[in-house]
Design a binder for this molecule. Structure first.
Ligand code: PA5
Length: 441
């Protein structure tokens, strides 16, 4: 079970920049319990995902494993969760395995060209993921791949697996009209809370990870995070701590630092969840992705001595599942020999804790999440823990953690310029803007 140590956000540890137990009385936990119990938000359906049956996803996984390549088309919550499963569960996958897995989550033409040069469509299953069924980036790549399948005289229905809303959206209509294979994303569940649905679980199965293990981890942390008592609920304490550190100490940046390369994409997954859910109406907390120890030589200076606006969240790994000892070379050289006989796991763990202590001594708030080992079970716990903590933090701010109104205007302007019906005024506005950009050297 993951464990969360909150000591270093408290006054006892970090002095005047920390919180007192009494400060937590300002948090309206009763209100949070009421929101969760009332099911006011249908999007809270993500709480049911750990209990879903996985037989359909497993069957589809078996089907997709019959191909040499797996290409995922999706963006945002429809790509970041799958990518963090791929990179944490099967690092260097394409070099180590005979199957190749590619995630195309952009509309960069050079990337798609490269992918198409590396794969053979005849031997590829393609998972198109979009909850809404209308995201321009995903639909654009889907259209291209669909036509390429046709050009190669392949049957799209043999290669495509569509993951989308069970009833609504253009893609569901295409599934029905063209007889494509599909998996549902429960209608209440929105993109960034969907990793424990077929969105993430199909890829897990494709790379040989048992999706039941991921869900078991999520289930095991679920009850703890539903406990109505603040001091017994790690998600409530995490949310309340960060909420109070902003309110009382102006700490508005959340730095996510896993001490494991395999969790780099997890850090990006977290940042999307945190940013789209919480940064609204000028409120909320800004996420900042990082990685230890690498960023000790890049960002640590900012956390230690920069503006006092950050809370650092460490993911500390107890067992790396591998270790390497530093050999007895250069041991006579003063200043280097001390490393011989120690191991890399020892070094990375000590560096994490040393950074934690250094920040603490400097009055910089930090939280450490201890992860026993990076496996499917604990990854499921991390996903579910952070999803609950994010929703709860949103409720504390009185904002809806499930929408993302801030991304709409850019989309509408793009629709205008790309000629979508109904967006003609946006096109005009865009063109006026272009003409007005005079200051260019
Ligand atoms: O969290 C969200 O809802 C968004 O980030 C979506 O995941 C993203 O916009 C992609 O949406 P869709 O899955 O509908 O294509």
């Amino acid at each position: 079970m993951i464990r969360i140590n909150f000591s270093n956000i408290m006054k006892d540890s970090i002095g005047k920049e920390g919180l007192l137990k009494g400060d937590f009385k300002k948090v309206n936990i009763k209100g949070i319990n009421e929101i969760i119990a009332s099911k006011k938000y249908p999007e809270l359906d993500f709480l049911n995902l750990p209990y879903e049956d996985t037989s359909a996803v497993k069957e589809m996984g078996r089907y997709a494993r019959g191909f040499d390549y797996f290409l995922l088309l999706g963006i945002g919550g429809s790509a970041l969760g799958p990518r963090s499963i791929l990179e944490s569960m099967s690092p260097f996958h394409n070099l180590r395995s005979k199957s190749g897995v590619f995630i195309y989550d952009n509309v960069d033409p050079a990337t798609l060209k490269n992918i198409l040069n590396l794969i053979d469509l005849k031997k590829t299953s393609i998972n198109v993921i979009t909850k809404s069924g209308s995201t321009a980036e995903t639909i654009a790549s889907f259209m291209i791949i669909y036509q390429k399948l046709k050009d190669e005289n392949l049957k799209p229905e043999d290669h495509l697996i569509v993951t989308t809303d069970p009833e609504r959206g253009n893609l569901r209509k295409i599934v029905n009209d063209y007889g494509l294979k599909s998996l549902p994303i429960a209608s209440g569940v929105v993109g960034r809370y969907s990793v424990l649905s077929p969105v993430g679980l199909l890829l897990a199965e494709v790379i040989g990870v048992n999706s039941d293990d991921v869900l078991k981890g999520a289930k095991d942390i679920h009850e703890r995070c539903m406990n109505p008592k603040l001091w017994e609920n790690p998600a409530y304490l995490f949310s309340s701590g960060l909420y109070l550190l902003k309110k009382l100490k102006k700490r508005n940046v959340t730095v996510m630092v896993p001490y494991a390369d395999r969790l780099k994409s997890f850090s990006e997954w977290f940042c999307q969840l945190w940013a789209e859910s919480l940064c609204k109406d000028g409120k909320g907390l800004t996420p900042y992705p990082s990685i230890g120890t690498t960023d000790q030589h890049s960002q640590l200076q900012a956390w230690m001595e920069g503006p006092k606006d950050k809370v650092v969240v460490f993911l500390s790994i107890e067992d790396y599942g591998a270790d390497i000892e530093m050999p007895d070379v250069f041991s006579k050289m003063e200043g280097l020999g001390y490393l011989s006989g120690h191991t890399l796991a020892e070094l990375i763990k000590i560096e994490q804790e040393a950074t934690e202590l250094a920040l603490t001594k400097n009055g910089r708030p930090n939280i450490t999440i201890k992860v026993p080992v990076i496996d499917a079970y604990h990854l499921g716990q991390l996903f579910h823990f952070f999803e609950i903590a994010t929703a709860v933090t949103g409720f504390l701010y009185g904002i809806n953690p499930f929408n993302q109104p801030g991304v709409e205007e850019g989309k509408n302007l793009t629709y205008g310029m790309m000629g979508k019906k109904g967006y003609e005024a946006k096109k005009e506005e865009f063109e006026r803007y272009r003409k007005g950009k005079k200051l260019e050297l």
